[in-house]
Design a protein around this ligand. Structure first.
Ligand SMILES: [Zn+2]
Length: 142
């Protein structure tokens, strides 16, 4: 389904979900990177990017929040044994990098589930391009 008409209501839905499910607040700014800060309970989103890109980034970071907070049979720490506590954005050794790539892939998949759950009609073409470009940057680490 093609939908380039994302509105502030779509952002509000994701923000409400993050606050209600995980007590996480979203902050937008010009000079910040898209990121999720687990211990601070904050997601930062760069608002220089266009609206579709901004919503996809927000959903992706929400995907990270889900992965790191949901109750699962295997805890995040056990499932990502080579992930260092605070270093997922920094380049580590190959063991660490494998876990970073695994988390990135899963965060994109989880992000799509969140969109479906919240009734957000994703623009498939833009979504697939954004996900692909984002994953390539991590894969190029190797
Ligand atoms: Zn990510």
């Amino acid at each position: 389904m093609k939908n380039i008409n994302y509105t502030s209501e779509h952002f509000k839905r994701v923000e409400r979900f993050l606050l209600e499910e995980y007590d996480i607040e979203v902050v937008y700014g010009h000079n910040i990177s898209d990121a999720y800060y687990d211990s601070a309970r904050i997601i930062e989103i760069n608002n220089r990017q266009n609206i579709p890109s901004r919503l996809h980034s927000l959903l992706h970071e929400a995907g990270h929040a889900c992965l790191r907070n949901e109750k699962r049979r295997v805890s995040f720490g056990a499932n990502f044994p080579f992930m260092r506590k605070h270093g997922s954005s920094k380049r580590g050794d190959k063991d660490h990098r494998v876990d970073v790539v695994r988390e990135e892939v899963l965060a994109w998949e989880r992000a799509y589930d969140v969109a479906v759950q919240l009734g957000i009609d994703i623009d498939q073409d833009l979504w697939c391009k954004h996900r692909k470009d984002s994953l390539i940057t991590y894969m190029e680490w190797f």
